[in-house]
Design a protein around this ligand. Structure first.
Ligand SMILES: [Zn+2]
Length: 149
């Protein structure tokens, strides 16, 4: 299980005091602030090692896809997945229309079987969220609800 996070130091193409909520966003996940931390429920999974790998992305520029992230060793997500002989990927998180979309599409481009767990995702905007779901479906990504274990 891998968690991906934005971890911004300075990303002028991505963060703005006057964001358009399409290409630029208010300051978020800024290094050295509480906003850079995982929410406690995810942090617990990291501490207990259910989440084995954390990939960090976007230090100095926009990075929506988890495949743009690096683990603590500096390895890209694709290499981590190959190393662990992963061939199926389930994607969930925020936001459906940005990071989930980009990560799921990159996973498909890299020939993984991909499912997006739609009930564990949230979109920034309903219309672009719907558009992203259609685009992912057209790319061969399965959209389904996660069920309790
Ligand atoms: Zn960001």
């Amino acid at each position: 299980m891998v968690a991906s996070r934005d971890y911004h130091e300075s990303a002028p193409d991505h963060i703005s005091d006057k964001p358009d909520y399409i290409n630029t966003w208010p300051p978020h996940c800024m290094v050295g602030t509480p906003g850079a931390a995982f929410v406690p429920s995810i942090q617990n999974l990291v501490r207990e090692k259910y989440i084995e790998t954390v990939v960090t992305k976007g230090r100095t520029a926009a990075a929506y896809s988890a495949f743009d992230g690096f683990d603590v060793r500096g390895h890209r997500l694709l290499d981590v997945l190959k190393e662990n002989r992963v061939d199926h990927v389930d994607v969930c998180g925020i936001a459906t229309d940005y990071c989930v979309r980009a990560s799921a599409l990159d996973a498909r481009k890299n020939e993984f079987q991909v499912r997006v767990l739609v009930n564990l995702c949230a979109a920034v905007n309903e219309a672009t969220g719907q558009q992203a779901l259609e685009e992912m479906k057209a790319a061969g990504i399965q959209l389904q609800a996660a069920t309790a274990p």
